[in-house]
Design a protein. Structure first.
Length: 205
């Protein structure tokens, strides 16, 4: 069992050296987790301003939305990465005058495609689900709707700041500044939602 795990880790490392897939997966993770979190944050703020007190309604609409985002991310990333990787592989085949689809390079290319597609799909779903979780708990009478809204907003801010801080760590820059920049985007979304609600437009009728 230990040798299998060691072999798998070694293979992943070799794939990484060939494709640089971790950098691409990192970008997909941050961008799409932010998209999922921001979408759910907008839903929560809009629902609160509209006076929605039904946790099932918010949770159901939210889950449907993040599933759609996840499927869109999975399909879009898979097709995009497949096209890009095939292009790179074909160019390399021309230079080397041999087919590489069954080679170790071809395997690494396929691994990069599946990894990036999975990250693109699951990162927004995970971020969105965390924000929706308080409403699932409210439906099961763990606490009331007021607490659910408060927790959902707090989780949104934590996720925004956390994603920004993660980018700051990667860039070796000030992670607090990066976190605040991401948090600012969430606050701007809340402001826009409030302005729309004030003008008579609500997230959920």
């Amino acid at each position: 069992m230990t040798s299998r795990i060691s072999n798998f880790i070694g293979r992943v490392r070799r794939y990484e050296r060939i494709t640089g897939m971790s950098q691409i997966a990192r970008r997909y993770f941050v961008m799409n987790a932010f998209d999922g979190a921001l979408t759910m944050f907008g839903l929560v703020v809009g629902s609160y301003l509209a006076g929605v007190r039904n946790p099932v309604l918010i949770f159901t609409v939210g889950i449907s939305t993040i599933l759609a985002i996840g499927i869109s991310g999975l399909w879009g990333a898979f097709l995009t990465e497949t096209a890009e990787r095939k292009r790179e592989l074909h160019l390399l085949e021309k230079r080397m005058l041999r087919k590489l689809s069954s080679s170790y390079i071809g395997e690494a290319s396929n691994a990069a495609i599946y990894l990036t597609a999975a990250v693109d799909a699951f990162s927004p779903m995970l971020a969105g689900f965390l924000i929706l979780l308080p409403f699932l708990l409210a439906e099961n009478a763990v606490f009331g709707m007021s607490t659910a809204y408060e927790l959902a907003l707090a989780l949104s801010f934590i996720i925004f700041f956390g994603l920004g801080a993660f980018l700051g760590r990667i860039s070796k820059d000030n992670w607090v500044i990066y976190g605040l920049k991401m948090l600012t985007a969430g606050l701007l979304a809340a402001l826009l939602t409030y302005l729309l609600s004030s003008s008579g437009v609500t997230a959920i009728a």
